[in-house]
Write a protein that binds this ligand. Structure first.
Ligand code: NZQ
Ligand code: ZN
Length: 397
């Protein structure tokens, strides 16, 4: 295991009904709140009325920015950051999925710095990144079980002029408070619930497959999260009102990028790099892009980590791997995982979202340009070169 420092949000409040504490928690950080949401769901579900009442009950003023789109754009964030500055908002409250939460972090940063968010994000020349030195205090209320944005200090922003989608990270972006109320996820539709489940699994499985070997506890955590997502996603799809199953998905989502699962087991996230390029170009949902590319990545690279794949077969699908070769056990996991994806409606192909072979070359080059940081490959367990990425797109077409 590698040495690590564990940093987390200052406070996390978890459980059905806990959103009622949002006014009380926000009032600790100021009197004027920049409330950040997506365009539709908070109104449709009635959550907006509840949250604004909690704020006014705590005698807080608020400015509502309600134009965050899925895969939030740099221009939208800059506009909202300007409003937060002009209105002298003292904190940012993000209510929504990963898009609203990531945008809230970005808005908190630009409201403080006054620079466009694009100057703060990762780019192909690390020297050009303007560090985020401080930010307005951030409070997050996730309404989807998916990204784990509520647990970490990063976000992902899209530039529609260049079709680049890239992350930003900074210590001041850890939420002061995250309130994870699984009841808020009861209204999430079937497809978005499935996309979220894939995202949770990918957050724990990427470094399981690309990180070092000597991390048994992190590996058992990973297998536990995946097994819990599998069991509870099926329950939610059978009965969308199953609050216990929704609560388990929310906890898996929150813990995935909180620290204990991946810390000490650093490893690149090649699936995320490829997916961010896909959704940067085609504006599809993050979870859908991951689901499309994950089987292809597994088939391309499983021979590099046969022990890990065999362990997944045994611990996720309870396969009796004792009499199998490692190769057979590894393939068994891939086949069972794909069969499960098909069963729950998660399995998909690039062609189903309108992406065809003509784009593969551009997407492969962009993945290396944006996520290779000056090298001719992106990092995986072994480096992934342009021809490997082309092969992955072929497998997923
Ligand atoms: O936009 P609104 O109107 O709010 O509707 C959303 C959106 O259409 C809807 N929705 C949200 N909560 C709902 C709901 N519908 C019904 N009931 C509710 N309770 O769901 C749709 C998707 O929302 P979005 O926020 O876009 O989804 P998600 O949570 O998957 O976030 C995706 C974004 O997060 C980034 C992704 O790249 C993407 O930009 N990620 C952020 C990460 C992080 N900060 O750590 C890590 C992830 O790997 C990921 O990259
Ligand atoms: Zn993700």
């Amino acid at each position: 295991m590698e040495n690590f420092i564990l940093r987390m949000p200052a406070k996390m409040i978890f459980g059905p009904g806990e959103v009622a504490k949002v006014g009380e928690e926000a009032s600790v950080y100021g009197n004027k709140v920049m409330l950040v949401t997506g365009k539709n769901s908070v109104r449709k579900t009635g959550l907006l009325d509840r949250v604004t009442k909690f704020l006014t009950d705590s005698r807080l003023e608020y400015v509502h920015f309600d134009r965050i789109e899925p895969n939030p754009r740099a221009t939208t964030v800059d506009e909202a950051g300007k409003i937060a500055r002009e209105e002298n908002c003292e904190l940012v409250l993000g209510v929504g999925g990963g898009s609203a939460m990531d945008a809230s972090k970005a808005i908190a940063a630009v409201a403080h710095s006054g620079y466009p968010i694009w100057e703060h994000v990762y780019n192909d020349d690390r020297d050009r990144i303007r560090p985020i030195e401080d930010a307005l205090p951030i409070i997050l209320v996730p309404t989807l079980a998916a990204t784990s944005s509520e647990s970490n200090r990063g976000g992902v922003i899209t530039n529609r002029e260049t079709n680049e989608k890239v992350p930003f990270f900074a210590e001041p972006l850890f939420p002061k408070v995250s309130i994870i109320d699984p009841e808020l996820t009861l209204t999430v539709g079937r497809e978005t619930t499935i996309d979220g489940a894939m995202d949770i699994i990918s957050h724990v499985i990427e470094s399981y497959l690309t990180g070092p070997d000597n991390t048994p506890l992190q590996d058992r955590f990973t297998e536990g999260v995946i097994r819990t997502v599998i069991e509870n996603l099926e329950k939610v799809l059978d009965n969308p009102g199953d609050i216990e199953a929704r609560t388990n998905l929310s906890w898996c989502s929150t813990i995935a990028l909180l620290g204990p699962v991946n810390l000490g087991r650093p490893g690149p996230f090649p699936l995320h790099s490829v997916e961010h390029v896909i959704s940067g170009h085609y504006d599809i949902s993050h979870g859908k892009g991951l689901a499309i590319m994950f089987p292809a990545l597994m088939r391309l690279t499983y021979k590099d980590r046969l022990e890990k794949y065999a362990s997944l077969a045994k611990n996720i699908f309870f396969v009796e791997t004792g009499k199998m070769s490692l190769d057979e056990a590894g393939l068994e996991f891939i086949e069972r995982f794909e069969a499960w994806m098909k069963k729950v409606g998660m399995f998909a192909r690039l062609s189903e979202v309108g992406i065809n072979a003509e784009s593969f070359e551009t997407m492969a080059s962009d993945t290396i340009r944006v996520y290779g940081f000056g090298k001719d490959h992106i990092a995986g367990y072994k480096p992934l070169y342009k021809q490997d990425l082309m092969r992955m797109f072929e497998l997923a077409k």
